[in-house]
Design a protein around this ligand. Structure first.
Ligand code: ZN
Length: 218
């Protein structure tokens, strides 16, 4: 298990910074690999007409991140993309295909987890064989996709845990939900039933960080 934990180590307490400091320093982005996967899924599932409508509906700020005629709309795995842009992309995708937004976010998360093909993610996912592994490796898994955010797990039993997400600048509700659905899907893939993910605190509700309770039937 050592090599998966070494993928990205958590900074020691004296190096921790507040979300505001992290935002000012430019943190709070999704790595391109994650977004590329979402766009690839959208293109395959809904086709070029939906992609065209997506680009048309996005605001100019969002459109500057795209190259409409390039493969995968020009999204590069090597770049980082601001949460506000990624959130707008996903919400606009849902609107274009007239999907209920939460159902669509879940669909994207499930597709992303099920089709995770990048080498780094595959190495990390190899260690997820039981639900509690998702808790144990939560930071590594989260940090595969995000350039900020600290996860602390508490109340871990054989049927639930609480996940606390702090030091996460530029909170975006769509991104918050996406991460929770992805964790739920990972737990589900270990073969347990009735996986429930319940947000108990969220920056969108005025809390200072986000807390999710993950629960399953062993
Ligand atoms: Zn949240």
């Amino acid at each position: 298990m050592a090599d998966s934990n070494e993928l990205r180590s958590v900074p020691p307490p004296h190096l921790r910074r507040s979300a505001a400091e992290l935002a000012a320093a430019g943190f709070g982005n999704l790595y391109g690999t994650g977004l590329r996967g979402a766009v690839e899924f959208f293109l395959q599932r809904y086709g070029p007409a939906a992609a065209h409508a997506l680009v048309q509906r996005l605001g100019p700020g969002a459109r500057q991140h795209l190259t409409p005629n390039a493969p995968v709309l020009g999204i590069l795995g090597t770049r980082k993309y601001p949460y506000a842009f990624v959130g707008e992309m996903i919400r606009t995708m849902a609107a274009v295909v007239r999907a209920e937004e939460d159902a669509f976010i879940r669909e994207i998360a499930v597709a992303g987890v099920d089709a995770t093909t990048s080498t780094v993610a595959r190495i990390a996912l190899r260690y997820v064989v039981k639900p509690t592994d998702v808790a144990t490796h939560a930071q590594t898994l989260f940090s595969l996709f995000h350039d900020a955010g600290r996860i602390t797990i508490t109340d871990l039993t054989d049927r639930e845990y609480l996940s606390h997400l702090t030091e996460w600048p530029n909170h975006d509700l769509t991104m918050c939900k996406l991460g929770i659905y992805a964790a739920a899907r990972l737990i589900e893939q270990t073969g347990v039933r009735s996986v429930e993910a319940r947000r108990e605190k969220c920056i969108s509700w005025g809390h200072d960080h986000c807390v999710t309770r993950m629960r399953w039937a062993p």
